[in-house]
Design a protein around this ligand. Structure first.
Ligand SMILES: [Zn+2]
Ligand SMILES: [Zn+2]
Length: 563
């Protein structure tokens, strides 16, 4: 149901602001009306009354078959600060509100797509309203409880449920001559993702981390992180620029209980830092620090009230943000922590700017004034061949086991190392032909070297060339590895193995192939080591064959030093 409602302008005889809403239950929480300063508004005469609404929304009156005379037009900014009366006030039991029931200006949330161009603002019932109200100092009224019943302040609506109370509110508006029009109206409405019941939005006090006091450090720390690809640093920067205080409390049962105790009499609060501190204060042995046991722990306040835990648990992103400390058993084991923290590398998808990278950075800055990671490798999401997100409902998912079954585990790893460059990319099976071709060439080189005899000879020009090429390749590829640029590694590897080694050098030395065994043997063995991080199984398999022939000594390719 949507309603058009008259808000009588304070001190006037018959002048009204006309607002529109699809949620009548939020009208008791109304404390303001938003108007766009740049838009044109109109005063129209209807019988003995004067109504104010946006010029471009006068069509609404025609639609309702309401006859009117246009009296005058003006810009929205002229309405700034105009005070009005909430037609439901007499039914409510609100405390005296300061600065309430007045017009505020807002360009962002006032448009002419629907309604009257005057936006009913209930800061306790929605994020946008809350934000606009904070900026303009409108008071927040929170009449509705978490179980969606109206509290005492709801007056005659107390105990009734949001949404269900709509029809009673509409009746009251009608009786008070404040209702312009009502109609059934189809619109989008948020629902519970699990049980699909409609949701209501209310504002409740929460605990926050004060980001503003570490904002500069966050931005500076991000600049010290080596992002791969490099431009991702700017994306993180843009995210960090926009964040405000972090609400860390949740009204749920499951989760890490917030370690804050509060006196039920004088409101004194105490943040607990350890189990032993809690044991000292409560003079009891703490066996379980989760709900429900933890909520039984209390002690006497100086004022003789009881210090009890607040009911909230922590946002799960807090847990994620301290995971690297917890994994090293910090703070119990400071030695391990000192050795391995901060992390050398984080590898994650690009959905983590606002998630894990954000929570880690904030908590590490708060606790250690230090960044929690040195390098971050960002990978994109894998789309289907038509660049559409893979999803169960679309049936376009290609699962890793399928790919492994068809092409092999190492081939899949090679594929991702080659193609994952930070942005989303389409999974293209055709590329596996090339990958299989690469491994075929590698195999051919291996077999070729294995059948060579070991004649001695002096280095020819082509030998010097391939050794020189190989040495600069090693140097180059090491740099790419150290910067976590795996697509570069593959590119350099393919250029050397396919072009330089297979297509050029081996062709040149065919006539004297038995003279170059030592050169080719060294290159082959070192290549296995270079490729082993990307394709650990194929390289190890060849390595073990060479070991049997006593060509190499090390127990495994993965235990070799970098060449
Ligand atoms: Zn639900
Ligand atoms: Zn107290």
């Amino acid at each position: 149901m949507s309603v058009y409602v008259k808000f009588k302008i304070k001190g006037s005889k018959n002048k009204h602001l006309i607002i529109w809403t699809t949620t009548p239950w939020t009208l008791p929480s109304n404390t303001g009306v938003m108007v766009n300063p740049k838009f044109d508004y109109a005063e129209v005469k209807i019988g003995k009354e004067i109504w104010i609404l946006a010029k471009d929304r006068l069509s609404e009156l025609r639609r309702m078959d309401i006859k009117f005379n246009l009296k005058k037009m003006f810009k929205g900014r002229e309405l700034n600060g105009v005070e009005y009366e909430n037609p439901l006030s007499k039914n409510l039991k609100l405390p005296k509100l300061k600065n309430a029931y007045r017009v505020i200006l807002n360009e962002r949330y006032v448009n002419f797509d629907e309604g009257t161009g005057l936006v009913h603002t209930a800061p306790g019932c929605g994020k946008e309203d809350f934000e606009a109200a904070q900026k303009e100092n409108l008071p927040v009224v929170s009449i509705v409880n978490i179980d969606r019943t109206f509290g005492k302040e709801g007056g005659k609506y107390a105990g009734k449920k949001a949404r269900i109370v709509d029809s009673e509110i509409i009746d009251d508006l009608e009786k008070g001559n404040a209702l312009v029009y009502k109609e059934l109206y189809k619109h989008e409405y948020p629902i519970c993702w699990r049980c699909k019941s409609p949701l209501i939005m209310i504002s409740v006090p929460q605990w926050f981390f004060k980001i503003s006091s570490i904002h500069k450090n966050l931005l500076n720390s991000n600049k010290q992180v080596a992002w791969v690809p490099g431009y991702m640093q700017l994306r993180m920067n843009a995210w960090l620029e926009g964040i405000s205080d972090w609400p860390i409390s949740r009204n749920r049962y499951w989760g890490t209980p917030l370690p804050i105790w509060k006196c039920d009499k004088c409101d004194k609060t105490k943040v607990i830092g350890s189990i032993s501190e809690l044991e000292k204060l409560s003079k009891s042995k703490i066996k379980e620090i989760h709900k429900p046991e933890i909520d039984k722990v209390y002690w006497k306040c100086d004022c003789k009230g009881n210090m009890k835990r607040i009911p909230e648990v922590l946002d799960v992103w807090f847990d994620s943000g301290v995971s690297s400390w917890a994994a090293l058993n910090y703070p119990q084991n400071k030695k391990l922590f000192g050795k391995f923290w901060p992390a050398d590398l984080n590898i994650e998808g690009k959905d983590q700017f606002r998630g894990w990278w954000n929570s880690q950075l904030i908590l590490s800055e708060i606790r250690f004034e230090k960044k929690p990671y040195e390098n971050i490798l960002v990978h994109g999401m894998i789309l289907d061949i038509g660049k559409i997100k893979m999803s169960k409902s679309l049936g376009n998912i290609i699962s890793p086991p399928e790919v492994i079954e068809k092409y092999g585990r190492d081939e899949m790893r090679y594929y991702f190392a080659k193609n994952s460059k930070g942005e989303d990319f389409a999974f293209d099976e055709k590329e596996f032909k090339e990958i299989q071709n690469f491994f075929r060439i590698l195999n051919n080189v291996n077999n070729f070297v294995n059948k060579l005899e070991t004649k001695k000879s002096t280095l020819k020009l082509e030998d010097k060339w391939i050794l020189s090429r190989f040495n600069s390749f090693l140097e180059d590829v090491e740099k790419s590895y150290n910067r976590f640029r795996f697509p570069e590694v593959i590119q350099k590897l393919e250029r050397f193995v396919i072009d330089d080694l297979s297509k050029t050098y081996i062709k040149i030395i065919r006539e004297r192939e038995n003279e170059v065994y030592n050169i080719l043997n060294k290159i082959r063995n070192d290549l296995l080591v270079v490729l082993s991080p990307i394709s650990p199984f194929i390289t190890e398999n060849i390595w073990q064959q060479l070991r049997k022939k006593k060509i190499v000594k090390e127990e495994s390719v993965h235990l070799c030093r970098w060449p």
